[in-house]
Design a protein around this ligand. Structure first.
Ligand code: ATP
Length: 356
């Protein structure tokens, strides 16, 4: 019922093209994360969905109805902002009940509904508290309860965790996701944090420069990036320049086999990527093995990074640290294998790579 469709949506501010020709469908009950670097247009897109910003062109449909010209207060969308925007002079209960009393609900009913919502977000007994007497996580729960008060068709959140410290942020991501699944509410979350997007989302929309680079499940986005920008922005990747040939990928004197169907005409420059954890240092198989020398070792707790110098350039290999994980020393010679199926091959002239 509450699926949302964006058709060819664009927004320009003077000469700035903040959002360009975006087509997206948000399925009912799904949580979608809009993810991308600063300035890529995700907040502008969310504000257009909320009705807080008018699109320069395109249409927005809710359950098949065109709502492009419908003002924000008539959209029945719940919003949680980065700073929560709570009313400091009202109690927790009054904050949650605010939109209900404004809409004409009697105080007793509004307060009863507010108390029910406070239970839902695990703030039982906090109704009489002042906002100033709450922790960051509790404030966020109040903001969520308030946004849910009017049983919105769509729930919109703009960087909802950014005011919280790292540990609390992770807890709240899980909590928010479980709540969203329980309520089955169509939800869109703007974030620049890929872990946050991967923790919460059914679907991630990766944006850059006002455009959608890829939309897909967290698994697809990570394992099947459609271009070098996505491969670089989500997770880590080693990149190499190569030339496609009939026999494989040519990198100077080295030829690598690839599991990807050869979509590229021979002689075409390509960019190859491999995730650090997909390269193997126990080169048991013979194909795609390169001699390498260890230049740096970094222990990161659960995993170890080995920096290598190879004939095709520097690369990082990551492996999990189990009890019998091998140790490598700087200067050691160690063959590295790049499994053909783990190599992503992109056209070299695709979108520019994201800055880390
Ligand atoms: P961030 O993560 O930094 O919030 P974002 O991806 O949400 O970034 P937007 O805030 O949507 O990006 O901005 C997209 C582009 O539009 C930026 O170049 C920004 O400077 C520009 N922009 C946004 N709002 C306005 C405005 N009201 N007037 C002029 N330019 C704007």
């Amino acid at each position: 019922m509450a699926g949302l469709v964006l058709k060819d949506i664009a927004k320009t501010f003077g000469s700035v093209r903040a959002v360009e020709r975006v087509d997206l469908t948000f399925a009912e009950g799904e949580l979608t994360a809009l993810l991308g670097p600063s300035g890529c247009g995700k907040t502008t897109l969310l504000r257009m969905i909320a009705g807080l910003e008018e699109p320069s062109s395109g249409r927005i449909l809710l359950a098949g109805q065109d709502i492009t010209a419908r003002p924000a207060h008539r959209r029945k969308f719940g919003m949680v902002f980065q700073n929560f925007a709570l009313f400091p002079h009202l109690s927790v209960r009054e904050n949650v009940a605010y939109s209900l009393t404004i809409a004409g609900m009697g105080r007793a009913d509004a307060w009863a509904r507010a108390d029910g919502l406070l239970d839902l977000v695990q703030l039982q007994g906090f109704g009489d508290r002042r906002i100033g007497a709450l922790s960051g996580g509790q404030r966020q729960r109040v903001a969520i309860a308030r946004a849910l008060a009017q049983e919105p068709d769509v729930f919109l959140l703009d960087e909802p965790m950014s005011a919280l410290d790292a540990k609390l942020r992770e807890e709240m991501q899980v909590e928010l996701r479980l709540l969203q699944q329980r309520l089955g509410i169509t939800t869109i979350v703007v974030t620049h944090d890929q872990r946050e997007a991967m923790t919460m989302a059914d679907r991630i929309v990766v944006m850059s420069n006002g455009r959608v680079e890829q939309a897909g499940s967290p698994h697809d986005i990570y394992h099947r990036p459609v271009n070098a920008f996505v491969a670089d922005f989500i997770g880590r990747a080693n990149f190499f320049d190569a030339v496609a040939g009939p026999e494989g990928l040519r990198l100077g004197d080295v030829t690598l086999a690839t599991g990807q169907p050869p979509n590229f005409t021979a002689g075409r420059p390509v960019r190859i990527a491999i995730r650090p954890e997909m390269a193997a240092l126990d080169a048991a198989q013979a194909d795609n093995v390169l001699p390498a020398r260890v230049t740096f070792v970094r222990d990161l707790g659960p995993v170890r990074d080995i920096h290598l110098d190879t004939a095709i350039g520097p690369m990082i290999v990551e492996y999990a640290l189990g009890e019998d994980a091998p140790a490598y020393a700087v200067g050691q010679q160690v063959p590295v294998r790049l499994p053909p199926d783990a190599l992503h091959v992109f056209p070299a002239d695709a979108a520019p790579l994201a800055a880390e």
